[in-house]
Write a protein that binds this ligand. Sequence first.
Ligand SMILES: Cc1cc2nc3c(=O)[nH]c(=O)nc-3n(C[C@H](O)[C@H](O)[C@H](O)COP(=O)(O)OP(=O)(O)OC[C@H]3O[C@@H](n4cnc5c(N)ncnc54)[C@H](O)[C@@H]3O)c2cc1C
Length: 411
Amino acid sequence: MISGVTPPDVLVVGASVAGLSTVEALRRKGYEGKVTVLGDEPHAPYDRPPLSKQVLSGAWEPERARLRRHDALSALAADFVLGDAATALDVGADQGSAIVHTAAGRTWSAGAVVVATGARPRPLPGMPGMPGMPGLAGVHLLRTLDDAIALRANLLTASRLVVVGDGVLGAEVAATATSMGLAVTLTGPQRLPMAGQLGTLVAARLAALHTARGVNLRLGEAVDGLVGERGTVTGVRLGGGEVIAADVVVAIGAIPHTSWLESSGLRLDDGLVCDEHCRAADRVYAVGDVARWRHEALGLSRLENRTNATEQARVVAAGIMGEQLRYAPVPYFWTDQFDVKIQVHGTLAARAEVTIVDGEIGEGRFVARYERDGAVTGVLGWNMPKQTRLRRQEILDSLTPAPGTSHREKT
Ligand SMILES: Cc1cc2nc3c(=O)[nH]c(=O)nc-3n(C[C@H](O)[C@H](O)[C@H](O)COP(=O)(O)OP(=O)(O)OC[C@H]3O[C@@H](n4cnc5c(N)ncnc54)[C@H](O)[C@@H]3O)c2cc1C
């Protein structure tokens, strides 16, 4: 169904996968208006998943992380304005257009603005070496290509790495750096790596994998601060006072990049809050890691994964062209650690009942099904991609309300 008036111009803020996918989807749908993409990084759009894997390990040259070749970008007939950050959004100052201001003093007016500013590393309060604190050499964050290049350079001359963060990215970096020959300690408040994302059963299997490959797990205790000598980090101090020696420390964690929207009047609450069409206000849409939208089955949701960035972009492009699609995906993410590929469809609800439905944990190949209140909420595959994918339908069946019923509203 096409309705409404298609705006004559679109400004996409954020020149990464979600922003680029929105432009591609617009052009595929036949949008002929002017498109501008504003990005604060100096680089053409590149992909982040390889940063903690192939780029960090050196298996890929950084150049290979580029999302599109130069000619494919040119074919989009979009203006890429790079190296300048949006600093403010004025939603309706002018009839029919929104206005974006930038750090370099530019002003853009557009009939539709797409917020695709992703996430940024979460600074750890009170830790030196984090933004706003006196820097210590050897302390890294990991979000951008430049971060990955700097971390790799440092790892090549170091022998001990401490990773602060027990989620997916922390576990990936620990695996990659161990494979590069470093002595790695993984720290974080959870008792098992990725326990929040995977549940206890599979997180215990992941812990066993990391331990068997030589990662030192010091979990269940939050990091209290860093220690250093002569401007260089020498260790990480845990809550109980123990100091773990390190030549390099990488801190993991991300928060949605919405600070530039604070004066916009839009609702910011762990992301830019949107309706089920990914629309935050008239003329303003959000896509990717920054978007918190109303999923008709799951309630207000925000996903930090690669697949979401492209799937959501298609709905946003349709919305700009007047086609009101509801965005209600089955969430999906994957992670590669050592020689294991973990794939997760749906949500692995806390306190879910977990059943191994294919393969066996002990064999290193299995599919686990997560159920809550009799409904399948998620499926996890451990080195079993095809079998995992086949079970996605079970989640869809649970997400789709039976006729005459409706899903509970969650916020
Ligand atoms: C190291 C790493 C590894 C990952 N591995 C996986 C994986 O294995 N599997 C998986 O599913 N997902 C993975 N992800 C997550 C996935 O990469 C993200 O979900 C995806 O990049 C989100 O895309 P995005 O375009 O929404 O945001 P981003 O990729 O964060 O891009 C946002 C862009 O907007 C720019 N920007 C921010 N603020 C402004 C501003 N004010 N003005 C202009 N530009 C601005 C940013 O600099 C950035 O370039 C990984 C992420 C990281 C960091």
